[in-house]
Design a protein around this ligand. Structure first.
Ligand SMILES: Cc1ncc(C[n+]2csc(CCOP(=O)(O)OP(=O)(O)O)c2C)c(N)n1
Length: 555
């Protein structure tokens, strides 16, 4: 069997149904096999960066790996931003790249690039295939590494002679990686100590992060919160790990966290942090983050422990298992919690800062609130980066797990639109919307072609402030309104741009009109770009200025 056939067979063995990619010289033998392939759908993207983002979103929506493919050289380097995005957000992406034949490696061959060197710091692991016989083992290991423990991207580089070469290939292989056996079970003694701390706590709070998504610990999180009667705040990546309309949920903490969430976590005496990495974006000035509180940190990745924040008690384990162990121990001790003074205080705060109904002007904040009103609970929302993302974080209440997708760690403009396509490929049955900024959408809008031709209908709601809004906001607040290169002069007519690709395009002028157009777009299930003009100087608030503590947020 040829290496290319072996690759496709091995991918099928891993249950791969969808690949996002673009062919090119150094990956053509694999594409030739895909030509006859019935079980795998290949989605032709218009930029490899989009292929990687789409695969990443596919992974976030399904909870399993997403696969992207590119040729060597420029195809491979175009994947890099997408791979780095997946790495920062712990998403299991399998990136497959073509490579020049082994005899030409290191000789500056046409379209050669050292993608192994380039991606070493942004992948969990990477491989270059050097023998056709190794292919089944490498593919199996790659999927194992990408998904076991803390998920992350894995790259497989395929020299062209490994694709065309023929050998005996045995698919009956086992994965046994010495030195990589993530610890899943919590240490019983640490569980007991955690419970001791939680039982004593007067003002406990749960800080839940993206790790809850990957370990599917939603039920356990909710049970524990209700058992402890403890409020829950989330990181941005944790958005949606608890229904955001749940009475105990206070929303996201951080630079653009909700006021009630930031205030509450800073008042807590015990923080139970689960599946979080204490990013500076979440903690604000780290030296002043919850210094009075005892922090219990549950994480599957031991290297996260005390990386950013000093913790009182670490538990290295799978979030679901750790939470379950804590619940069992609390139940064994017969814990019964009444509504505490603490919870009443938090509820008062929550009421004080509750959202107002959308009304009046067409603003970014109002547009997002209207979108929430219109979309069904199971709709998936992706975002770009900037103010649009933070309005989404503040006002789009996520009600179901794995329905909110955004580039948190890397903050990648241009992520949301291709991510929405990946999400739609994974869940064609639900409406998918990209909340976009004009600047971000212009980075990957060429994949409107993919949306139309590959039958991946999504809605793009462009919050159009004719500027790189978030940067302009910083300039307004910290640089004396010196708007250096943030005015996006010459914005295209987004509605006509959409039409040029064969999609629908509409420009709206009022909130009512937006609501109508959104309703129709959801029903029509075709690709629609909605141009939503918003005030150029609308700010996202609250805002914790960079380098300041969460206490110093501007409201
Ligand atoms: C690829 C990339 N380049 C630059 C930035 C820096 N950056 C962060 S937000 C932002 C502005 C985003 O503008 P837009 O997409 O119009 O969204 P808005 O903030 O106006 O909602 C920029 C340039 C980034 N995050 N990503």
């Amino acid at each position: 069997m040829s290496g290319s056939q072996a690759i496709v067979e091995a991918l099928k063995g891993e249950g791969v149904k969808t690949i996002f990619g673009i062919p090119g010289g150094a990956i053509m033998p694999v594409y030739d096999v895909l030509y006859d392939e019935k079980e795998i759908r290949h989605i032709l993207m218009r930029h490899e960066q989009c292929a990687a983002h789409a695969a990443d979103a596919y992974a976030r929506v399904t909870g399993g790996p997403g696969v992207c493919m590119a040729t060597s050289g420029p195809g491979a380097t175009n994947l890099v931003t997408g791979i780095a995005t997946a790495y920062m957000d712990s998403s299991p992406v399998i990136a497959i790249t073509g490579q020049v034949p082994t005899s030409l490696i290191g000789r500056d061959a046409f379209q050669e690039t050292d993608i192994i060197g380039i991606t070493t710091p942004i992948t969990k692991y990477n491989y270059q295939v050097r023998s056709v016989r190794d292919i089944p083992k490498i593919i199996k290991e790659a999927f194992y590494i990408a998904t076991a423990g803390r998920p992350g991207p894995v790259l497989i580089d395929l020299p062209k002679d490994m694709q065309t070469g023929v050998d005996d290939v045995d698919f009956d292989v086992d994965v046994e990686i010495r030195g990589y056996k993530p610890n899943l079970d919590p240490h019983p003694l640490q569980v007991k100590r955690a419970v001791d701390i939680l039982v004593e706590a007067e003002r406990p709070i749960i800080l839940a992060g993206g790790g809850i998504h990957w370990s599917n610990a939603y039920g356990e999180l909710l049970r524990l919160a209700e058992l402890l009667m403890a409020p829950v705040v989330t990181t941005f990546m944790g958005k949606g790990v608890i229904p955001e309309n749940h009475p105990l949920c206070l929303g996201c903490i951080g630079m653009h966290g909700r006021v009630e969430a930031n205030k509450s976590i800073m008042m807590a005496d015990v923080v139970l942090a689960v599946g979080v990495r204490f990013s500076d974006r979440s903690t604000g000035k780290v030296d002043e983050f919850c210094t009075e509180a005892k922090i219990i940190h549950i994480d599957i990745d031991p290297s996260e422990i005390r990386k950013n924040v000093a913790v009182h008690l670490p538990i290295v384990a799978d979030a679901k298992k750790a939470l379950k162990a804590i619940i069992d121990e609390l139940t064994r001790r017969g814990l019964k919690r009444e509504k505490s003074e603490w919870l009443k205080r938090v509820e008062t705060l929550k009421k004080e800062y509750a959202d107002t109904e959308p009304g009046g002007e067409l603003t970014g904040a109002n547009a997002v609130k209207v979108l929430r009103k219109v979309l069904p609970e199971n709709a998936i929302v992706a975002t770009e980066v900037g103010q649009n993302q933070m309005w989404a974080s503040l006002y789009f209440k996520v009600l179901k797990p794995k329905t909110f997708i955004s580039s948190g760690g890397l903050g990648t403009m241009g992520f949301g639109f291709p991510a929405s396509l990946g999400a739609k490929a994974a869940r064609p049955d639900v409406p998918v919307v990209d909340i976009a900024g004009d600047g971000s959408f212009l980075m990957t809008e060429q994949d409107l072609a993919t949306s139309v031709t590959e039958d991946l209908p999504v809605i793009v709601m462009v919050l159009n402030n004719s500027s790189l809004g978030m940067v302009a906001q910083w300039q307004r607040l910290f640089f004396g309104r010196r708007y250096s290169h943030t005015d996006l002069k010459g914005i295209p007519d987004f509605a006509r741009l959409a039409e040029a690709f064969g999609a629908r395009g509409v420009r709206v002028h009022s909130l009512n009109e937006l609501e109508q157009v959104l309703k129709e777009a959801v029903k029509a299930d075709v690709t629609v770009v909605i141009d939503v003009p918003i005030p150029r100087e609308e700010n996202v608030l609250p805002f914790v200025p960079p380098g300041k503590s969460l206490r110093e947020m501007i409201i």
